[in-house]
Structure formats: C-alpha cells, structure tokens
Design a protein around this ligand. Structure first.
Ligand SMILES: [Zn+2]
Length: 321
C-alpha cells in the first residue's frame, strides 16, 4: 500500500525529467547495506545507519540518523531482534517510507536461539528475553512480537544473503520501476557472486572443520550450519552485557576441558577477556568481525566480511601442530 502511494507521489512531484533519479534508500547495518549497494550500483548509493567501528548491539541513534530516516523513501532493516534501537525511530520518523523487514524475506533459513551450557540466552538489547527463557517455545508472555525466537545474524550464510538480495531487488523495483532493468541485472550478478563465494568458503574451511573453538558472542550459527565449523561456545551472547567473573571462569574451564584450538575476540569488544580465558591453556587467540565493524561500507563489504571470517578461522585453527 505504502509503496504504491510513494510511487504515485514521487511521479507527481518530480515528473518525467527525473524519472531515473534513485530513491532515497536507508539501510540499518553494514552487511545488509552492502547487498543493497550491490543492487543499486550505477543507480544510486544507499545511506547507512550503523556506520564506523561500532556494533549494532550497542548502537544508539544520532540526530543525523533521525534526519536521514525522515527523508527516506525506502528503509531496509533485519528487524526488531537485531536492530532494536531502530524500532521506535522507524515508527516516529520514517512515516513516508516503505519499511522492508528483511527477516520476513521468503526463502530464509532461520535457526532458533541456542542457550544453556556454553551458550547463554541471546538478547541483542531486546529486554523481553530473560536468560533461561525458552525462545524456541511459544508459551512466553510476550506475543506482541512474533519475530522473536530465532537468531537474527541471518546474513552469515550466503544462501540467506541470496534470499535477502531477491527481496531487496523486488522492493527496489517496486519503489523505482524506472530503474528496474539496472536492479534486475545487478541482482542477478549478485546471486552468482554469492554462489561463487559459497563454494570458495567451503573449500577454505573444510580442512579445519573439526577443530573446536570459542567465539566472543553467539553470532555464528548460520556460518557454522553452512560450513560445518565447530563452535564450542561463546563468551557472551549479548555484547551489551559483559560477562561477570563467574562466567569468565566457566569459559576458561571450557576452553581447557575441550582443548579448544582458538578463542576469537571481536574488534569492538574487550580483548582483555580473551587473554583471561586462554591463560594457561593451549588455545590461541584470533579475531572475527561478524558485523563488519572494521570494514568500509560498500558493495564489496559483504564479500570481505565472509572471506575475512573464513580466513581468520582457517589461520588460527590450522596453525601449529
Ligand atoms: Zn551479533
């Protein structure tokens, strides 16, 4: 509905002379922005909300972000579970925009949160979740949100990236039919690149498949599922809640007991903790950047992100004897 109104009003406002001008597109986080930027190549550049070396888990909106949302025609985000900070601003500010919630894209594979033992409850700033609550079940008392219950790091499987790319292309074509041919050509090229990336990552990771390792936050289920790597636990599930001494002690024990090969930090979170949990064990440390905090936004970011994860895992896990 909204998108039709948008089309009519932009046709009326701008007339035929600027029919090929790109719509004003805003994207929440870097991995998704990268997919949108690929599909908009040659037409326009989408704006990004969570830019720079920050995590979506600890992000707060700036006035410039609010302003961008006010002017947007089309907004892409994963959804409430990933970018909780955007939920209210979207309602309050993006009144003119068509908001595309990519976690609803057809064809996505969704995995339930995992918890207990090595994995704590996954939170992402959504305080409806309490530790120990069964997210996979549905007897919770928070059914005002029906998108909870699955891990929202959906982009960490190139097949999910393909499902999102198809939805992004479709929505861009709807919002801006004048540039449909460009979106469709770019979209088709992106799907091919994602297939090629998938083959490449499989080849990179198959030699280290069985080596157990520990990650900083539980972001990697989709990656693990796709490439069979052996994540044995996470230090914290919600990066906004740093683990206490007891938790750190448990992880240290886990690293030792498992003979975990590597413990991976993330660039924006305390590397000191990694030192503590690996002390006196055989585990090496490495860094993984699942939300692309260190990467420059743009069409290539998604590929750099995924190759970077595979390379860091392979380098650390295959080192030494
Ligand atoms: Zn995360």
């Amino acid at each position: 509905m909204k998108s039709i109104a948008l089309l009519l009003s932009s046709a009326g406002l701008f007339g035929a002379s600027s029919a090929f001008a790109a719509p004003d597109v805003i994207v929440s986080i870097k991995p998704i922005h990268s997919l949108v930027a690929s599909i908009m190549k040659g037409v326009g550049e989408p704006k990004l909300i969570v830019d720079g070396a920050v995590s979506p888990h600890t992000f707060t909106m700036k006035p410039s972000n609010a302003k961008a949302l006010e002017g947007a025609n089309l907004v892409f985000w994963v959804g409430h579970g990933m970018e909780a900070f955007m939920e209210k601003p979207l309602e309050a500010l993006a009144s003119k925009a068509t908001v595309v919630t990519l976690e609803d894209a057809p064809g996505l594979e969704k995995l339930p949160f995992r918890e207990g033992g090595a994995f704590e409850a996954h939170d992402h700033g959504d305080h409806h979740h309490d530790e120990g609550e069964n997210h996979a079940g549905h007897d919770d008392d928070h059914d005002d949100h029906d998108h909870e219950g699955f891990d929202t790091h959906l982009w960490l499987d190139p097949m999910n990236a393909k499902a999102m790319a198809i939805e992004i292309e479709k929505r861009l074509v709807q919002a801006d039919p004048a540039n449909a041919a460009a979106y469709q050509a770019n979209g088709a090229a992106l799907l091919k690149q994602l297939d090629a990336l998938d083959g490449e990552l499989k080849a990179t990771l198959s030699p280290v498949k069985d080596k157990p390792f520990i990650v900083f936050h539980d972001a990697y289920q989709y990656f693990e599922h796709r490439y069979d790597v052996s994540v044995a636990g996470s230090i914290t599930v919600s990066p906004e809640n740093m683990p206490g001494a007891e938790r750190v002690g448990q992880i240290h024990k886990k690293v030792k007991d498992l003979g975990a090969t590597c413990v991976f930090a993330e660039p924006q979170f305390e590397p000191k903790l990694i030192k503590v949990v690996t002390e006196g064990t055989v585990a090496r440390s490495g860094t993984l950047d699942p939300e692309a905090a260190t990467l420059k936004a743009g069409p290539n970011l998604y590929f750099e992100l995924m190759r970077g994860l595979a390379k860091s895992m392979k380098d650390c896990l295959s080192k030494g004897a």
